[in-house]
Design a protein around this ligand. Sequence first.
Ligand code: CTP
Ligand code: CA
Length: 224
Amino acid sequence: FFNESRVLPLAEKKVVVTAGPTLERIDPVRYISNFSSGKMGFAMAEAAVEMGAKTVLISGPVSLEPPKGAELIRVESAEEMLQEVVNQYADADYVVKSAAVADYRPAVVHNQKMKKKQGASSIELERTTDILKTLGEQKTSQCLIGFAAETTDAISYGKGKLESKNLDWIIVNDVTDPGGGFGSDTNVVTLLSRSGRERRFPAMEKKKLAKQLLETIVQEGQKH
Ligand code: CTP
Ligand code: CA
């Protein structure tokens, strides 16, 4: 009798994926955010489902169809994303942090629309919580996978984040690379492991790339 779950590499595993930007409110009509289509995160979640995982996708505001078979939790701000991820963390086997989390939010959120005045203006910002760093500090047996979006010195910044956030893997993305970037259906990345492995993937469709990245991570993890 054919039992498909026996052959799937992530059967019985729980994968949590975050995707998209976060949105930090200034007033009822304005916000600050990051460029992120959510495509890479949604592709990672789709790959996890295809590999047999119980998949939870926590996403900031994006306009994409959720992958069939994944549980979708929609959030808006970095703080909401933090809470939902922490709720899912204890029994997660893999956490993939593809989201482009805002590093700062307005220190004050105005209840009424701010009216424009003469001359220049400024908004005071405060830091958001580093979600991935928080997960790294609380890590028990989870495999933690981060992303790094860089415009210069991508590999060396990626290595720094791998260490400082206590990650197992980081997927480094030079957003200036013509083969990929925001909104594009393709991407060019380098996968770095904590144990020093480094593998560059050529430009390819985000869905195909997501599958190859997750397969590499799962296979390499089984070698230990
Ligand atoms: N990240 C996070 N929470 C934040 C900021 C970032 O979880 N508040 C995660 C991202 O989801 C990503 C990784 O950390 O997986 C790296 O994000 P990136 O913006 O490249 O790095 P930062 O540590 O924020 O540093 P900087 O933006 O200054 O390069
Ligand atoms: Ca950042």
